[in-house]
Write a protein that binds this ligand. Sequence first.
Ligand SMILES: O=C(O)C(=O)C[C@H](O)[C@H](O)COP(=O)(O)O
Length: 216
Amino acid sequence: MTPQDASRRMRELCSLAPVVPVLVIDDISHARPLAAALVAGGLPVLEVTLRTPVALQAIREMALVPGAVVGAGTVLGARDVAAARAAGARFAVSPGATPALLAACEAEDMPILPGAATASEVMTLLDRGYDMAKFFPADAIGGAPALRALGGPLPQMAFCPTGGIGADTAAEYLALPNVICVGGSWIAPKGLVHRKDWRAIQSLAQAAKDLQPAGK
Ligand SMILES: O=C(O)C(=O)C[C@H](O)[C@H](O)COP(=O)(O)O
């Protein structure tokens, strides 16, 4: 898959809803009901981080939920790409981007949302043919003002900012012309997941789906 095709696919997926829930699953029994609640709330694109022993199995199970488009997060290298692909992940997300990671995704036909935090990192991705990236860790590196500033000289790169974003700040990012969607874990907080409060999570998803860009 070419970088251009990968970015086109990621732009399509990121256009399906304003928020991509970032999920850390440590109990496999949570996978299906959690995905069902998020999809029912209007957030079909789900990122399951490869940070727990059951993450790959969770991707497999969540992919069976009608309407869910499940990808793998925390994809750091070729081994993760192969494992994510075998589990049925439809896309990969990474906090950064290395030549080896990008080459693996291109070879394995895995659309990737690579991470970038600086102008040079954005330029490196643009040089390779990518025009959709994750801005990470968004809040810690300057938030919406930093992303707005990057959009001045580099308007051709679109972003999904992630990292430290919450219900209170998401709208500010969504108002930027270079933001298609935002990512975050606030839609599926640990406490609610452990209490299996799927109804509350569905409500959080619904509120996130209905987010209006600030000032628009
Ligand atoms: O795992 C990855 O690929 C990451 O880059 C990290 C995630 O994007 C953050 O964990 C988002 O989580 P919050 O800041 O809690 O919304």
